[in-house]
Design a protein around this ligand. Structure first.
Ligand code: AMP
Length: 539
């Protein structure tokens, strides 16, 4: 079994008694539909259509082959796929035999993948020949040298490692192959991170399944729902809030799109009669602009009933334009891969829907809003969010030092968000974690600072958020150069980071050079002053 920090026994009992944890593996989502409505349309990916029976058959075929190769409980897998149907086939296949995956984002590169592999020591890697890392065999060979026994690739010619080949019939699942127990780790979610290395979040079947079932009710997902999966499929928002898994749970249809780019998505929405779409704020802005530019495009969105917006701050003025211009309802989501998810409710007043990020899923989500001394603040006063509950994790994977900072003695997870409670709903007003939220894509400042100072001419680096009209925030690196170093320009600096293998969205958008970094009274880098200097530049 994969180790994780469990909930205390009294809460475990309570979560079961209250009906949150029902001790069913995530595979039950598929099994239930297979029993109820096998021919219903589960998944659309370009011209390919999958019924629930198709999805089940393909995932069983893959599971059977993997199990025959000896993969099962105790094993992990590193998966990196674009937004294609195979993402779900692989996910359910791994769930069936109790192999615990990390689903890396497709934008991740060598640095992230190597770090995940270091942490979980996978026996299996599933990836795509279309990704730069797997275009040749160099990275795959490195992974093999570190213990990866099986590599399966999308768009691969060699049958021995072709994912498509492994999805063809392979006989039944061997006896004994089964999901991990429902109270054990099902898979790892990715943390947005605020530390030097990316962290992994163990999610159990019980806790994840509860968040999905409850989200399905709150978001009104039914078998008639046609759900656009245009954000990265591996992201927690896309998977579970209510997400693709929520749609499968309700027997609806997931429609894949390669990205949230408006014109391509509008065509998909019209063609497949999409009714529900989760988006991050910058994508919403692009959709709004596309309709403003050509109001006739609105008719392409006629089937769209509900847009869910989350992942980053959503300006009230933009929120108000969603129903007006796109003709659909809005639901705001404030969630985190670590657990806690808040939604505005479908029957909330327009005021609540436009101005807040809603309230928690569960009556047993405990949310504290704390001042600097750790005391709860009154409603209307901003404070740091701390939470625990039936689907909020209890510790990052193998990160005792970081867990000691992220959790308090009572098991509350301190998310680093600054929120205000007003009339029972939360509003996200800021952040104390050292992270940049670049339109929903999270960048841990420390990770990039560590990479920048590996440049021979850089002695100190500080990465901070700069306000941006489109993305909400962009990143700016403040650098101190070694004495005698010549001028450095952005292109070689970005090249330096790319050569270290970091994902492109983490590259600083701007660079500033200083003789030294400003320090606070206690000698820490004064990031507030750096941010203020950027704001002054913009003004
Ligand atoms: P992730 O785990 O990548 O989903 O990121 C979770 C973090 O994204 C939260 O802790 C917040 O900092 C941020 N976030 C998510 N939703 C919202 C929202 N609606 N408004 C502001 N920030 C958000």
């Amino acid at each position: 079994m994969i180790e994780f920090s469990p909930w205390p026994q009294d809460l475990v009992r309570h979560y079961r008694d209250a009906g949150y944890w029902i001790d069913q593996p995530l595979t039950q989502i598929l099994d239930a539909q297979l029993a109820a409505n096998p021919q219903a349309e589960a998944l659309i990916c370009g011209s390919r259509r999958f019924s629930y029976a198709d999805l089940d058959r393909q995932s069983r075929n893959l599971a059977a082959r993997l199990a025959r190769q000896g993969l099962g409980h105790g094993d992990t897998a590193l998966v990196q796929l674009p937004n294609v149907a195979e993402f779900f086939v692989v996910f359910f296949a791994l769930m069936r035999i109790g192999v615990v995956p990390v689903n890396a984002l497709y934008s991740h590169r060598r640095l992230e993948l190597a770090e995940y592999a270091r942490q979980i020591a996978p026996r299996l890697v599933v990836a795509s020949r279309g990704h730069e890392l797997f275009r040749d065999d160099a990275f795959a060979d490195e992974l093999r040298a570190k213990g990866v026994a099986h590599l399966l690739l999308l768009d691969e010619d060699d049958p021995a490692q072709s994912l498509a080949h492994w999805l063809t019939h392979a006989g039944d699942l061997p006896q004994g192959a089964a999901p991990t127990p429902a109270d054990q780790v099902a898979f790892f979610q990715l943390s947005g991170g605020s530390t030097g290395t990316p962290k992994l979040i163990p999610r159990t079947h019980n806790d994840y399944d509860y968040s999905i079932r409850a989200s399905v009710r709150i978001c009104g997902v039914t078998s008639a729902t046609r759900f656009l999966c245009a954000l990265p499929a591996a992201h927690n928002f896309t998977m579970s809030s209510p997400g693709t898994l929520g749609v499968f749970h309700a027997g609806g249809t997931v429609v894949m799109a390669p990205s949230p780019e408006p014109l391509a998505c509008f065509d998909i929405v019209a063609r497949e009669r999409v009714s529900m779409a989760p988006l991050v704020p910058p994508a919403v802005a692009l959709w709004l602009r596309a309709v403003e530019e050509d109001p006739a495009r609105r008719s392409l969105l006629a089937s769209l009933d509900l847009m869910l917006v989350g992942g980053a701050s959503f300006a009230e003025a933009t929120a108000r334009r969603v129903p007006e211009l796109l003709g659909c309802r809005l639901q705001q989501v404030f969630g985190m891969a670590e657990g806690l998810v808040n939604y505005t409710r479908l029957d909330d007043s327009p005021e609540v829907i436009f101005t807040t990020q809603g309230r928690p899923i569960s009556p047993d989500d405990e949310v504290l809003i704390l001042d600097e001394d750790g005391h709860e603040v009154p409603d209307g006063t901003p404070g740091a969010l701390a939470t625990r509950g039936p689907y909020t994790f209890r510790g990052y994977y193998r990160s005792p030092e970081h867990n000691a900072q992220a959790f308090d003695a009572k098991g509350f997870y301190h998310s680093g968000d600054v929120v205000v409670r007003q009339g029972g709903n939360l509003r996200v007003v800021g952040r104390i974690k050292d992270q940049i939220n670049r339109g929903g894509e999270k960048i841990a400042a420390e990770e990039i600072e560590n990479l920048l100072v590996r440049h021979p001419d850089i002695t100190h680096a500080a990465l901070v958020a700069a306000p941006d009209a489109h993305l909400g925030e962009k990143s700016c690196a403040f650098l101190v150069l070694r004495d005698g170093a010549g001028k450095l320009s952005p292109p070689p600096l970005r090249r330096h980071l790319l050569e270290l293998g970091v994902a492109e969205y983490k590259l600083p958008d701007r660079f500033r050079f200083l003789p030294e970094l400003p320090l606070t009274a206690v000698g820490k880098i004064d990031k507030r002053r750096l941010r203020d200097s950027l704001a002054a530049e913009t003004a």
